[in-house]
Design a protein around this ligand. Structure first.
Ligand code: SAH
Length: 242
């Protein structure tokens, strides 16, 4: 019997991949994943066998990983960022259980909330909610409820999947819900292509968020009531006295 690792490879560059993830990839026979992520590591692990497929092929990808491991291979199923944060770790564990396969290990990675936060300054220095705006697997009503609850709770908020070709209006809709409870002047930050070519970042106020461009390579940060701009950086204080 082989083994399956769900590996978070970080935002995109090898410098932001953990040593543990690197070692697991080196020791695996097969690297499996969504094509765009496998392309990011293919050059460095050219001697491996690859299993790639497209978005929406997630269930098939997990079944294939189990099949390969059952045939004796060590398989690394790679995800961007952290494999357990809007990644494949949960589906892989569920699929493995269904197939009666137990040897699955999850290897953590640097998620967009932390790599993006570092680019902006320290925007999630206090209690934070991560919310995905993708309604592919989650009803929009539930996303709205979570946005509203996070805003009412004065959490910092990190929005994953803030836009795609199909759903351009989810960020403006989210901004409108957040403004029911938050000041329109709440500092916000957008980061794009973290750890990849063309990294960019932008700060704005919540009232301007709906006009911002956000695609599937963007992560959006919304401050809490104490968040400030400090020397051009977005900072959420922990409460220390200066
Ligand atoms: N498992 C990933 C998240 C996958 S969901 C993680 O832990 O980071 C996909 C969303 O993650 C994107 O729409 C975007 O919001 C965010 N994201 C992932 N990689 C990113 C990167 N390199 N730059 C900016 N945002 C990124």
């Amino acid at each position: 019997m082989g083994k399956i690792y769900a590996v978070g490879i970080g935002p995109g560059c090898s410098a932001m991949m953990t040593k543990e993830a690197e070692q697991v990839l080196r020791e695996s026979d097969v690297i499996a994943g969504y094509r765009a992520y496998v392309d990011l590591v293919k050059k460095e692990y050219a001697d491996k066998e690859f299993f790639v497929n497209e978005m929406r092929g997630e269930a098939e990808r997990c079944r294939k990983c189990v099949e390969l491991a059952q045939s004796g291979k060590t398989v690394a199923l790679i995800c961007s960022g952290d494999a357990g944060i809007y990644g494949m770790a949960s589906l892989l564990l569920e699929t493995a259980e269904q197939e009666g396969f137990e040897d699955v290990e999850v290897i953590p990675g640097v998620t967009a909330a932390s790599s993006g936060a570092a680019l902006l300054g320290a925007p999630i220095g206090h209690d934070t909610c991560l919310i995905s705006l993708s309604d592919l697997l989650t009803p929009w009503e539930l996303i709205e409820k979570r946005l509203q609850s996070a805003a009412e709770g004065d959490f910092c908020i990190v929005l994953y999947n803030p836009g795609s070709k199909k759903s351009r209006d989810c960020l403006p809709r989210a901004a409108e819900i957040l403004m029911r409870s938050l000041s329109p002047e709440t500092p916000c930050g957008l980061v794009r292509n973290i750890g990849r070519e063309g990294t960019s970042k932008k700060l704005c106020a919540l009232r301007e968020l709906s006009e911002q461009e956000a695609d599937m390579f963007t992560t959006v940060f919304i401050g809490n009531s104490a968040t400030r701009i400090v020397n051009g950086r977005m900072v959420t204080p922990r409460g220390y006295r200066l």
